[in-house]
Design a protein around this ligand. Structure first.
Ligand code: SF4
Length: 366
């Protein structure tokens, strides 16, 4: 039984210069067509009506107008009766009081707000459009109108960003009483982005490490627990939907450009919007071997601060990790990147930051 659903809404009011996601600039007529196609897609899919989490991402779902947003929420309503966590990604410039009240009416209980930085100069470089004052005012409006589980996204390692600018962003958001979850991403410069075309380079690794460490230290001081490489929660308000990815659960993916997973295959939905508007819900199926599944599970689960239980892993995949990777695990423990206590294997803080190298070490012993 699949308990988690991701819906991809590909429209954005502005296109950020660093973004490599599947998205197009919002256009009312196109979005109307998208909503009609989505209504057909959902009819054709056999979705479990007892979902535990729904996550509407994108793109920017809040870019839809009120009617379009209501149509999407109404289409998802039959699947939301038992939902524990229902998240919508929003951007500060397109979220309004009317939209928040509508979300509330349809039981949305979590908002993930893209902030990226409060710094005006960095906002300009990213080609984002919101002032600090507007962002703070929108956070307050969301909270005071009943959606109190609020996550925000920030990026570090931006072009020209100094450690001091990053500290200012962190201190500003940590002063905010409405935010209970933070996701902090280090900038990667992808080929299809304006940043790449402009020739921007990633931050020096020394600066990136200092920024990451500073974030951990400040967030810790403010009672935000780092429970995943890039995720921090107050009062255990972990993202239940994202936890389903990190613990390697299956999930549906709806909408052009979405991905899903079901047992021994993953799928990527058609990205061509014209085909999607013609109700062509093609997807590319990627078969996974037993070994792929086990390694992907390990890879995802090691992102989490509390790691994974060796006995549960053995039960699920028939693999004893200590027997499969004896030397790599010893080496990683020696480097203080992995820890084993009783039945649990997990990354240390340093190991989390170096997860890519941890995984390469394990793969070499395959
Ligand atoms: S970062 Fe978000 S808001 Fe910006 S273009 Fe990408 S999907 Fe749209």
């Amino acid at each position: 039984m699949i308990n988690h659903l991701y819906v991809h809404i590909p429209f954005c009011t502005c296109i950020c210069a660093y973004c490599d996601f599947f998205k197009v600039k919002y256009n009312e007529k196109m979005a109307d067509k998208w909503v009609m196609a989505f209504a057909n897609e959902i009819k054709h899919k056999n979705i479990n009506p007892k979902l535990k989490t729904i996550y509407i991402g994108g793109g920017t779902p809040s870019a839809l107008n009120l009617e379009q947003l209501e149509a999407v929420l109404a289409l998802l309503h039959p699947y939301s009766y038992e939902v524990e966590e229902y998240t919508i990604e929003c951007n500060p410039e397109s979220i309004s009081l009317e939209k928040v009240l509508l979300m509330k009416k349809y039981n949305v209980n979590r908002i993930s707000l893209g902030i990226q930085s409060f710094d005006n100069r960095l906002q300009n470089i990213m080609e984002r459009v919101c002032s600090k004052e507007e962002i703070l005012q929108k956070l307050q409006m969301v909270y005071e109108n009943g959606i109190t589980n609020i996550s925000v996204d920030f990026i570090y390692g931006l072009p020209t960003q100094t450690l001091e600018m990053w500290e200012n962003d962190l201190r500003e958001i940590l002063k905010n009483p409405y935010v209970s979850h933070l996701s902090l991403y280090s900038l990667t410069i992808e080929k299809n982005t304006k940043f790449f075309k402009l020739g921007y380079q990633p931050a020096e690794s020394d600066l990136e490490t200092k920024m990451y460490n500073l974030a951990i230290q400040l967030l810790n001081e403010h009672h935000f627990e780092q429970y995943e490489i890039a995720s921090f929660a107050k009062n255990k308000q972990y993202s239940k939907h994202n936890l389903s990815y990190w613990t390697y659960q299956d999930f549906y993916g709806l909408g052009a450009g979405a991905s899903g997973k079901n047992g021994y295959y993953r799928y990527d939905n058609e990205r061509n919007l014209l085909n999607y508007f013609n109700n062509d819900f093609k997807f590319e199926k990627i078969a996974l071997s037993k070994d792929d599944v086990a390694f992907e599970h390990l890879m995802m689960n090691l992102r989490l601060r509390w790691g994974l239980r060796l006995s549960a892993f053995k039960e699920r995949h028939g693999i004893d990790l200590l027997q499969k990777y004896p030397s790599a695990i010893q080496k990683l423990i020696h480097k203080k990147w992995l820890e084993i206590t009783d039945d649990t294997i997990k990354t240390t803080y340093e190991g989390m930051f170096a997860l890519h190298d941890v995984l390469v070490e394990l793969m070499m012993e395959e």
